[in-house]
Design a protein around this ligand. Structure first.
Ligand code: DX5
Ligand code: ZN
Length: 221
């Protein structure tokens, strides 16, 4: 049976009170941390120093999503900062195999992300090198965007390729995931769900996590 995980993104949380904001999502499996450098995406968030402070403020594991140009050189700083999972973008990485191996060797889960227009087929041979594949369901850069249905066939295809290679890579979706869209993602084969605005625009973020989890679980069967 599929193990459903909910990983709220703090991108739409109150950055001046991050410790308290993370305390509102105690039932999350991971805290999804969106690192943006204003080059790979037209938005700027935070770097390893803030991520390290966040790691010290919570018992939840951190899932770093690096939307940065220089992933090859900077990814390990997020393992050192205390992240249990580090995702780089294949469109940014110059040597994705080496980078995934370095992340694993440093003791974190290695994950690779695909933007909406990046196909999964060219990367099927990399799947055994990865602990998770992230399929973006919006263009990266901002929270609160509309879910892109055109990404659903790629989620299905990624699941097929994982079965073909006999790997149990987690399949994460990120962008526009809500009570409206999470079932489509789960049916297509996703098992790790990032939700930013859906969780943080709710009066009770922890209850929303439970609702998302229940919908995904029933759709996954
Ligand atoms: C977008 C980020 C997402 C974003 C999700 O570039 O990677 O993690 O915060 O936010 P929602 O769920 O609002 O689309
Ligand atoms: Zn993200």
């Amino acid at each position: 049976m599929t193990h459903i995980q909910i990983t709220p993104s703090i991108l739409n949380a109150d950055f001046a009170r991050l410790g308290e904001e993370v305390a509102r999502i105690g039932s999350a499996d991971w805290v999804h941390v969106d690192v943006m450098d204003n080059h790979f995406v037209p938005n700027l968030t935070f770097g390893p120093t803030m991520v390290e402070a966040l790691a010290r403020s919570t018992d939840l594991p951190l899932d770093a999503h690096l939307m940065i140009e220089d992933a090859d050189r900077e990814a390990l700083a997020y393992v050192d900062a205390g992240c249990g999972s580090v995702t780089f973008h294949v469109e940014a990485a110059k040597a994705p195999v080496r980078l995934a191996r370095e992340i694993r060797a440093a003791g974190a889960r290695a994950s690779m992300a695909l933007k909406p227009a990046t196909p999964v087929d060219p990367y099927e041979d990399l799947l055994p090198e990865l602990d998770m594949l992230l399929i973006m369901t919006v263009e990266p850069g901002f929270g609160g965007q509309k879910f892109l249905d055109l990404c659903l066939p790629k989620i299905r295809r990624a699941r097929e390729l994982m079965a073909k290679h006999g790997v149990e890579t987690w399949l994460q979706v990120d962008g526009g995931v809500s009570l409206e869209t999470i079932e489509r993602c789960a049916e297509a084969g996703a098992d790790v769900f990032v939700a930013g605005s859906a969780v943080y625009s709710s009066d009770d973020p922890d209850r929303m996590i439970g609702e998302l989890r229940a919908k995904a679980a029933s759709a996954a069967g």
